[in-house]
Design a protein around this ligand. Structure first.
Ligand SMILES: Cc1cc2nc3c(=O)[nH]c(=O)nc-3n(C[C@H](O)[C@H](O)[C@H](O)COP(=O)(O)OP(=O)(O)OC[C@H]3O[C@@H](n4cnc5c(N)ncnc54)[C@H](O)[C@@H]3O)c2cc1C
Length: 275
């Protein structure tokens, strides 16, 4: 065998390996895409009506028991609003369709949403539940949740972003959860990463609405300024309340805008290195 033939043989072998690997990768992605498409095809805006036993009626606070509801309650999406420069986090403002008062909740608690989605096999439908923290304070005429789009095939977060529009109705369980802010008025130190900030937004908004002289420190980590949720809101709070200290940590700061130091707004400190 000549050197040229040997070279061609090796090159052909390498090309074959690359083609097989690319084919396998494409097939895997195609399968994931099909699965997600099939599941979302089962969503037609109708939600299951069956009652789900109440698990946690505004957990940890007996005084709130009158205010919660059992099973599922219908809410309408009043407003949909993007919250970050990257457009990956969207807030949904919800009001009950029965016109009855909105029960209070404890800052830090979450809502559970129920969807009736197509299952694995033909004709099968299954109830899919997802929890989302209430991201604003109690006592407002709406509930708000802020949802990050997960990479496909993240089923429900993509459903929210792509198919849940203003005016659509959703089935929702009452606020619940044991991670909440109590009435204790000690200084507050909060550490949040990415979308994990949502319950803390509720805590901060609640505290600043009632105890403006209380020390609150928020250490908030994201990759860069594009991923900051509610940047303007946080900056406004930091500028308005001298006791609210906002520290941002960027693991992959943008060269122009995410530089360390005090930002243009007073009291918003971008830490030099949090990576
Ligand atoms: C108490 C609580 C509060 C929460 N609050 C919030 C909140 O405020 N905001 C918020 O955005 N989220 C919140 N979450 C998370 C939220 O409930 C969901 O878990 C999240 O939105 C993902 O759901 P999904 O249906 O989009 O993804 P799922 O379909 O459940 O998938 C989860 C992840 O796995 C990956 N995955 C799934 N299947 C595959 C596969 N076959 N191959 C490879 N990867 C796969 C998806 O890409 C995704 O990243 C909260 C969760 C809890 C428990």
């Amino acid at each position: 065998m000549t050197a040229l033939k040997l070279f061609l043989l090796i090159a052909a072998g390498i090309l074959l390996q690359i083609a097989v690997a690319a084919g396998m990768a494409f097939y895997r992605h195609w399968q994931v895409y099909q699965e997600m498409k099939n599941r979302l095809a089962g969503f037609n805006g109708e939600m299951p009506q069956e009652a789900i036993p109440l698990q946690n009626m505004v957990a940890g606070n007996e005084n709130h028991q009158d205010a919660a509801w059992t099973g599922l309650r219908e809410f309408r999406v009043e407003k949909k609003e993007y919250e970050d420069a990257a457009g990956s986090i969207c807030s949904f403002y919800l009001v009950p369709t029965d016109g009855q008062p909105l029960p209070s909740f404890l800052p830090g608690q979450f809502l559970t949403f129920s969807f009736n989605l197509r299952g694995e096999s033909q004709g099968e439908h299954k109830t899919t539940l997802r929890c989302y923290s209430l991201s604003d304070r109690p006592g407002l005429p709406y509930y708000r949740v802020s949802i990050k789009r997960m990479p496909p095939p993240g089923i429900v977060s993509n459903l929210f972003h792509d198919h849940i529009h203003e005016g659509l109705q959703l089935q929702v369980k009452a606020p619940s959860g044991h991670f909440f802010l109590n009435e204790n008025q000690a200084p507050l130190v909060l550490v949040a990463g990415g979308i994990g900030i949502t319950p803390m937004l509720s805590m901060i908004n609640t505290r600043l609405a009632t105890h403006t002289d209380q020390e609150i420190w928020l250490f908030y980590g994201v990759r860069n300024g594009n991923e900051l949720i509610m940047r303007e809101h946080l900056q406004t709070l930091a500028a308005r309340h001298p006791h609210f200290h906002l520290h941002l940590c960027f693991s992959q700061p943008l060269p122009m805008s995410d530089q360390a130091g005090i930002s243009s707004t007073r009291d918003m400190w971008i830490s030099p290195s949090c990576a």
